[in-house]
Every structure is written in C-alpha cells, then in structure tokens.
Design a protein around this ligand. Structure first.
Ligand code: MN
Length: 283
C-alpha cells in the first residue's frame, strides 16, 4: 500500500500512476483534545485502518494532476543522520565549503541531529531558498517513517517499528552553524512522493537510488553503503528519545552533494519506493 497526501490535505491511495481519493476514511480518526498526543494520528491508526483504506472507493486521478504534500503530516521529530556514507565523509573532509572546520570522523562520535518539523514539505510544494547568497545543497536520502512507538528498541526488532519509507531530501545551507539550525529552514525537508508501507520493501539496506539536477546525474548509490544501517539508526535514536508514529529518520546522504539555485529541478528515485520531481525557487 502506498499513501499520498495531496491538494488540500486529501488522503490518496496510490496505484501506479494514479491516485484514488480515500479521504472519507479520515472521519474514523478520533477527535483530538488538548493536549494532542505526540506523533501523527493517521500513521498511528494505519494498522487498524489499512483494510478500510484499501476497500474505499474514491475518484481516481493521474498522479501528475495533483499537488503532492508530505505523506506524513505531523511528525513529532525529524531525525537526521550525518556523515553516514563513507564517500560523503571523504568529500566533506576535502571540501571546507561543506566541513567548515568540523571534525568529521564517524557518525558514532558526531551523533544525530534534528530538522524542525516546520521544514517539512511534499514534492509538489518545492524548495524555497532563503539564503541564495550562501551555498544551498541537495542531500538525497532514504527516509524511514516510524509506525509504532518505542524506546530503547533493540536492532533485532527495529524494523517492527517501521510504518514505511519515502524519498527524503535533506536540504542544507552550508556554514559554521550547527546542522539543526542550517537544515531547518521552511521547505528544507522534502518527503515523497508517497509513503510506501514497510511490507513492500524486502530490505531497506539494499535500495538503489539517485538524484539528478537539471537532468545531470549528481548522486547515485545504494543503501547497502550506509555506515549505520536502518536498524542501527532506529535503535540508536531510540536510546536517546522515544520514537512516535510518524517520526522520520533521514538516513544520510552519499557523495555528490552540491549547490542548487532558484529555477533548478531535482529528480530523484529510490528503487521500490518511487520517483519524484522537486523544483527550487527563491523564497
Ligand atoms: Mn543529510
């Protein structure tokens, strides 16, 4: 099952190149009262609602005719994994326009960072650059969406906590500031095109992916080269903070990061997950 959010917060069931509007099922979600529980209400309810979503008849539209929003609406956290591909560590050490004097040895020493949840957009919304005089880079990543809450999750059970996967773009302003600040600008976290349920992905640590900029290939790798794989990232993150349904882990980027400018078009694909096009503009 593949779920999209589109247009004015419609819920869509994606089938090939079309999307069926199944928003009627959202009426089944319980009314929320203050204080609203942490996490994404729909992702938390998916195990119970899955059958009904798949059985709901709704009008189908071509995917190209809708505006894709982030398939996750309300993550409590967006977690980022820095320096998690060896070839990206190498390029960062060689390029002070990336490293800015930081010691980049190993993710285990660096720790994880967070991106503000307000930075989250979908493919159809595009990236709005705020500091065009600085270097703004694309970082193409596998994004993991948590389905079941957990804390201190052992690696052996980590994948039981995954709802599904998306393409993630960890857009980044380069500079001396801490990553959480530079990577949290509005629209600097793109998720899409849809949330692909975990049971459709046999092994998240063996997925080919690529990103091209204006038609030129820039990043091309496979998640088998992750330094900390998906299970390790989930386990390690949950040693520090409880993971809630809808929380997103951006797993890290391989070599080939580089600057984008207003007018640029990014195309990206992860095998088994899908393909999306994201436009860059000035904010
Ligand atoms: Mn990144």
């Amino acid at each position: 099952m593949r779920l999209a959010r589109f247009d004015d917060n419609r819920l869509g069931l994606v089938d090939g190149d079309s999307v069926r509007d199944v928003s009627a099922v959202l009426a089944d979600l319980p009314a929320l009262r203050w204080p609203v529980p942490l996490g994404d209400q729909l992702i938390a309810a998916l195990p119970a609602m899955r059958e009904k979503i798949q059985g709901t008849a709704g009008p189908a539209k071509p995917l190209t005719s809708v505006k894709l929003l982030s398939p996750v609406a309300n993550p409590s956290k967006i977690i980022g994994a820095p320096i998690n591909y060896a070839d990206h560590v190498a390029e960062s050490k060689q390029d002070q326009a990336i490293a800015y004097g930081r010691k980049l040895n190993h993710i285990g020493e660096f720790g994880l960072f967070q991106k503000a949840t307000s930075s989250l957009v979908g493919a159809g919304e595009g990236v709005a650059l705020r500091f065009v005089e600085k270097r703004n880079d694309h970082e193409m990543e596998l994004a993991v969406v948590i389905g079941r809450a957990g804390t201190r999750i052992p690696e052996a059970r980590a994948l039981d906590h995954v709802a599904g996967y998306c393409i993630g773009l960890d857009m980044t302003v380069r500079g001396p500031e801490v990553p959480t600040f530079r990577k949290s600008i509005d629209s600097y976290c793109v998720l899409g095109p849809a949330l692909v349920m975990a049971d459709e992905i046999a092994d998240p640590n063996d997925l080919d992916f690529w990103l091209s900029l204006n038609g030129e290939m820039r990043q091309k790798s496979n998640t088998r080269y992750l330094v900390y794989n998906v299970q390790k990232l989930i386990s390690w993150a949950s040693d520090y903070y409880t993971l809630y349904p809808g929380d997103v882990i951006m797993t890290g980027t391989p070599q080939g990061v580089g600057p984008v400018a207003p007018g640029d078009v990014m195309d990206c694909e992860i095998s088994g997950i899908g393909r999306m096009q994201v436009r860059v503009r000035a904010a």
